[in-house]
Design a protein around this ligand. Structure first.
Ligand SMILES: CC(=O)N[C@H]1[C@@H](OP(=O)(O)OP(=O)(O)OC[C@H]2O[C@@H](n3ccc(=O)[nH]c3=O)[C@H](O)[C@@H]2O)O[C@H](CO)[C@@H](O)[C@@H]1O[C@H](C)C(=O)N[C@@H](C)C(=O)N[C@H](CCC(=O)O)C(=O)O
Ligand SMILES: Nc1ncnc2c1ncn2[C@@H]1O[C@H](COP(=O)(O)OP(=O)(O)OP(=O)(O)O)[C@@H](O)[C@H]1O
Ligand SMILES: N[C@H](CCC[C@H](N)C(=O)O)C(=O)O
Ligand SMILES: [Mg+2]
Length: 488
């Protein structure tokens, strides 16, 4: 059992009212999770202010309150600790509560608009193949060795994050590979963690609903590298316009990867087709199972990180050559009868969609049609909607606009916003079908021999969220069903 004093170690405290030598049973940032003798950390959120729930936390049994503003009602026998920033404090407190698990393994964080899940998953699979016991925190799933734990966020809240890392430590993991989303950096979900390394993939348009401007989005991502310790490595993509800026103020050891310029880790694509990529990496020719130029970048990032973690070049390349990509990322199958290539991909940003469509265009052998099914999520960046629609019609022969996760929004209204991005001369190329299953069915019915269908935006997701309800939905399963039903 830890005392309140123990878990406050390194926290920027401004005032204390009450005794800090009390034992703390558990910690929570959500009053609904509070039980007897717990500590409640009141965090100001996007929708609510945790300070409003202090009384509720006390009523549920909290004996310690950590907050930025002392409440008006001070209850007897409760310790109130005022801190400068309770979001940051929650990360540090969570670390202390769980014995700072990030100090007990090598923690590597991946940030960037696209490629985080792919890079983190490849690292996890590579290091596992090389014989290490590893942990993974990703959008698709969390993993401790072979044990899969469902994930709710790309980067969990600081308490869940430290608890998961502690489970990895207890299970004997030497490495943890985690995705670091821009939301997580901004909300200090990673506060107090000790990283052994940070990787930057790229930065393009996304999340402007949250960060407001692209400059602010860049600043937030950069702050992850600014805060890395001197002993860590910071690995960047030198072919990204912002690749150098990301590392401008880092204390960590800098390294870069590139397909086009001089770099610590240099790659070149020799062949790129449906059987995979053949690349030259630091002058060694290697075959990989993943497809597309964007995956060449992801593979280079993984190779670079493995080298920076002290692994041998040929051992890494040999193991990486056999590793498979993450679920729902350029996940494809070929139909039995008409050899239709059906691809499911998580492209939900303009850049990801552009890259995946360019990859498909490069794989084309003749005049096969490319039919794209795509939608945009509700309650998320609205400015990407017309751009994604434009990208889709420019690079496909036919496009079906449909729903992604409408969340609280009207699905038809989202599609109408997408349609505004279609240039007049390309209007004949698209249809709008709100029901995603119907949209996929139509794509399959339009496809003939050797044609290619791309269903974009939801990748591994197993549900469709409509007005707060998550309805079971799996793009790949629906594609399979429709192929069978329509005998393609
Ligand atoms: C917009 C956003 O990021 N919200 C996250 C944020 O919640 P919030 O600030 O909205 O919380 P709030 O509802 O305002 O409440 C404020 C505080 O009061 C507390 N509270 C609230 C109600 C109550 O009864 N009692 C109580 O104590 C809450 O626990 C919270 O601490 O902090 C919560 C705890 O960490 C997150 O679960 C929540 O993620 C929401 C569900 C979400 O959808 N986030 C998405 C946008 C997200 O984070 N995505 C990124 C990936 C993006 C990418 O693709 O790069 C991710 O990392 O998953
Ligand atoms: N390095 C890359 N550059 C550009 N696009 C990429 C890259 N890697 C993957 N993509 C595209 O982005 C999609 C999402 O990839 P991935 O899931 O790896 O990214 P992510 O950063 O984890 O996304 P999220 O922020 O939603 O968790 C892929 O399906 C693919 O279309
Ligand atoms: N991590 C991303 C996922 C988007 C996936 C897409 N299917 C959507 O629902 O918009 C986000 O929270 O913006
Ligand atoms: Mg991800």
């Amino acid at each position: 059992m830890k005392t309140l004093r123990d878990i406050l170690y390194n926290v920027g405290i401004t005032a204390v009212q009450g005794n800090t030598d009390i034992t703390v049973n558990a910690i929570a940032i959500d009053s609904r999770a509070i039980g007897k003798n717990d500590a409640f950390i009141a965090v100001k959120g996007v929708h609510a202010d945790g300070h409003q729930y202090i009384d509720k936390a006390v009523a549920q049994g909290a004996t310690a309150i950590i907050c930025e503003e002392m409440p008006a009602n001070i209850a007897d026998n409760i310790t109130y600790v005022q801190v400068k920033d309770s979001a940051t404090a929650s990360g540090i407190i969570a670390g202390n509560y769980y014995d700072n698990p990030s100090h007990q393994l090598k923690l590597v964080g991946v940030t960037g608009t696209n490629g985080k899940t792919t890079i983190a998953t490849l690292l996890f699979r590579l290091f596992t193949k090389m014989g290490y016991h590893c942990g993974l925190l990703s959008t698709v799933q969390n993993q401790i060795g072979d044990t899969v734990i469902p994930s709710t966020h790309t980067t969990p809240d600081p308490i869940s994050l430290n608890e998961l890392l502690a489970r990895m430590v207890a299970d004997g993991c030497l490495y943890a590979f985690i995705e670091v989303s821009s939301h997580a950096i901004h909300q200090h979900r990673i506060a107090g963690l000790q990283f052994a390394g940070g990787i930057f993939s790229n930065i393009t348009h996304d999340h402007l609903d949250y960060h407001k401007t692209f400059d602010e989005y860049i600043r937030v991502k950069k702050s992850f590298f600014d805060n890395l310790p001197a002993g860590a490595f910071a690995l960047t993509n030198l072919d990204d316009k912002r690749g150098n800026v990301m590392l401008q103020n880092t204390k960590a050891r800098k390294a870069g990867y590139s397909l086009h310029t001089l770099a610590d880790f240099k790659g070149k694509i020799l062949e790129n087709n449906l059987t995979g990529l053949i690349m030259s990496i630091d002058d060694t020719e290697v075959h990989f199972r993943l497809i597309g130029e964007f995956n060449a970048y992801n593979l280079l990032a993984v190779y670079g990180a493995a080298r920076l973690l002290g692994e041998d070049k040929s051992k890494v390349l040999q193991a990486l050559s056999d590793v498979q990509g993450a679920e729902g990322r350029f996940d494809y199958f070929v139909s039995d009868k008409d050899q239709i290539i059906a691809i499911v991909d998580y492209a939900h940003t303009p850049d990801a969609l552009k890259n995946v469509l360019a990859t498909i265009q490069n794989l084309r052998k003749g005049n096969e049609q490319l039919i794209t099914v795509v939608g945009c999520g509700g309650d998320r960046d609205t400015t990407k909607r017309p751009i994604m629609a434009d990208v889709a019609v420019e690079s496909s022969d036919k496009v079906i606009f449909t729903s992604d996760n409408p969340r609280s929004e009207d699905a038809t209204a989202i599609i109408e916003e997408m349609e505004k991005g279609v240039p007049v001369h390309l209007r004949k190329k698209y249809l709008a079908i709100v029901d995603r299953k119907e949209a996929i069915k139509t794509a399959v019915s339009l496809a003939g021999k050797d044609d290619i269908i791309l269903v974009a935006g939801k990748g591994h997701e197993k549900y469709q969220e409509i007005h707060g309800v998550k309805h079971p939905f799996d793009d790949k399963k629906v594609l399979h069903e429709m192929m069978t039903m329509l005998e393609k």
